[in-house]
Design a binder for this molecule. Structure first.
Ligand SMILES: [Zn+2]
Length: 220
């Protein structure tokens, strides 16, 4: 199954993408991770991306899409892939669809994580991120074994500057503005399904598994 996980920051998309990639061998395509990996390895495209990042600019869509496609082409996509945190706009979605078409692929399912603002604020204000590997923690729900240190790689944990209530509300406004159109875009294709991002990770996993099972049944 080739999927997009769509939802506001703090909706738990990344957590689910990790669970599904580990449990069901879907390739997890996170823009943040792929960017970091390319920059770290010093690939040609990573160097291009770096020059934008060093100037504090957003990495252009064309670079992000090229990295995603590279990964899809060179990895064993196993039973499919999950796009996590991308696309964010209809423009990006169209570009991605066109590029995938060139590989004879399409997006088959878009899972929208509908999440309430109070939950998002709670999760993001408590979030801590590893500087080295990008793993996410939460000071209450998912605290690291050693305070301030990543369980997976021993890296230092930090809090994003924009993980405060005021900045979160602004980010949500931007997200909602962009996403309305994107939801319509996928709805028209008949591939949009909704889950509640308010539930805990196990419950969300069950809900998405249920959707996947239904889709499989309808196929055969
Ligand atoms: Zn780490």
């Amino acid at each position: 199954m080739r999927m997009v996980f769509l939802g506001p920051p703090g909706a738990g998309k990344g957590t689910q993408a990790v669970m599904f990639s580990e449990g069901m061998r879907f390739l997890h395509l996170s823009t943040g991770d792929i960017l970091r990996a390319n920059v770290k390895r010093g690939t040609e495209i990573g160097q291009k991306a770096r020059s934008f990042m060093e100037q504090g600019l957003l990495v252009p869509d064309s670079i992000v899409i090229e990295m995603m496609l590279d990964k899809i082409k060179t990895s064993e996509a196993g039973k499919g892939f999950i796009l996590d945190g991308f696309p964010r706009t209809v423009y990006q979605a169209r570009r991605m669809d066109e590029e995938l078409k060139g590989l004879d692929l399409t997006i088959e399912l878009v899972v929208y994580f509908k999440t309430s603002i109070d939950i998002i604020i709670y999760r993001l204000t408590g979030r801590r991120i590893c500087r080295d590997c990008g793993a996410n923690y939460h000071i209450v729900n998912m605290s690291p074994k050693k305070e301030g240190i990543c369980d997976k790689c021993g890296g230092e944990l930090y809090q994003r500057k924009d993980d405060n209530e005021e900045a979160i509300k602004k980010r949500l406004e931007v997200f909602n503005g962009q996403t309305k159109e994107l939801i319509d875009y996928y709805k028209k294709q008949g591939i949009l399904e909704e889950v509640s991002g308010d539930l805990d990770a196990g419950k969300v996993y069950e809900a998405i598994s249920g959707i996947l099972n239904d889709r499989d049944k309808n196929r055969t």
